[in-house]
Design a protein around this ligand. Structure first.
Ligand code: KG4
Ligand code: ZN
Length: 344
């Protein structure tokens, strides 16, 4: 089954073609990130306008790549006769951005006469681990979703059979990275990666355990990162440590908590695999720690390649293939506040 997928939940406009949920045929991503850098945060109005500007060129390029043709009309003819379904992210995300993808997908599905499959973006992140045909995850699994807006731990017994274990009570892990990056004078927008690069330059963490590891030992699977951000602010104000040291200690604190809670869930539910997804899964420290510590308890770790960590449409097609059936247009709506368990 060949699915054409569309992802427009935030500041990326993406489309992809994927075969049988595991084989990426082509992928195109355009981003409006640079337009949000000056303001220090995504401006929903600008993000939505950029989605409108990018959606048709992105789809045009996707069908051209899929058909190996430079001619739009030929590419569309080829796509119409070779694609079986359209999939689209319905949430969570920014309403203006989501609407562009959802309504665009409805128009495409109607004009091409193809079924439309709605997808939860957070479930999509989990499926970034299904795109390596040589290493398909075995279930049951624990999935850790760590993005700019979410931090969730779920038990996945099967496709479409998820149990929510816990999540952040306040800031998401990515949000904590971004806010701390700003406090350290790094990128004003999505500075997580820059913070991590700075932390990597620190040869010795002289501030070990200066920051708290919030909720690491709590008797649940919830997280809280907002207190950590306040503690970093105080540490910076003390002016006792270099920026590299603060970045390193902050990253260690977040990674300690993510790894600690994830290991606890993996042990408790006796699963075969650990699946990691979302933008923060690009973090080198987190990848290394999970790759070293989880196999010790005989569980296979799946972490997506870097290009599939941040938002794209490839995993949206994969999630559509394994989870959702096509729905009638009347049942498909953009939902900015969709939770991980709200729509499977
Ligand atoms: O999944 P994503 O692309 O967008 C959302 O759906 O939220 O995640 C973006 C988040 C941002 O907070 C960004 O700073 C963070 O992922 N991020 C990182 C790294 N790369 C991206 N955080 C820590 N270390 C990284 N290397
Ligand atoms: Zn995302």
């Amino acid at each position: 089954m060949i699915i054409l997928s569309i992802e427009t939940s935030c500041d990326e406009t993406a489309a992809a073609v994927v075969k049988d949920g595991v084989e990426e045929i082509c992928s195109v991503v355009a981003s409006s990130k640079e337009f949000h850098e000056e303001t220090g945060g995504v401006v929903p109005e600008i993000a939505a306008r950029k989605q409108v500007e990018f959606i048709v060129p992105v789809l045009d390029r996707t069908v051209k790549k899929f058909s190996n043709s430079d001619n739009s009309a030929d590419a569309v003819e080829f796509a119409k006769s070779n694609i079986d379904s359209i999939a689209v992210t319905i949430g969570p995300g920014l309403i203006g951005s989501l609407l562009v993808g959802v309504e665009g997908a409805k128009a495409l599905s109607l004009s091409w006469g193809l079924p439309l499959i709605p997808v939860n973006h957070l479930i999509g992140h989990i499926y970034s681990n299904w795109l390596n045909p040589e290493k398909i995850p075995e279930l049951p699994a624990i999935a850790l979703i760590v993005s700019g807006g979410h931090t969730d731990l779920v038990l996945m017994k099967d496709h479409g059979d998820l149990t929510y274990l816990g999540g952040t009570l306040d800031d998401a892990a990515g949000e904590a990275f971004d806010k701390t990056a700003r406090l350290l004078g790094l990128s004003k927008y999505l500075g997580g990666r820059e913070l991590s690069d700075l932390a990597a330059t620190c040869s010795k963490n002289t501030a070990t355990e200066e920051l708290p590891r919030p909720m690491l030992d709590s008797d649940d699977f919830d997280f809280s990162f907002s207190g950590l951000k306040t503690a970093v602010k105080r540490l910076i104000e003390q002016d006792k440590y270099s920026k590299e040291v603060v970045a390193c200690e902050f990253e260690n604190a977040v990674v300690d908590v993510l790894v600690g809670k994830t290991l606890k869930a993996v042990r408790k539910y006796n699963v075969k695999s650990l699946l990691v997804g979302g933008g923060v899964s690009a973090n080198k420290n987190l990848r290394t720690r999970l790759s070293m510590e989880v196999p010790k308890i005989d569980v296979e770790v799946h972490i997506p390649p870097l290009r599939l960590c941040t938002d794209n449409a490839v995993y949206i097609a994969s999630a559509a293939y394994f989870n959702n059936s096509p729905r009638d247009f009347s049942e498909i709506d953009a939902n900015p506040s969709l939770g991980i368990m709200d729509y499977l």
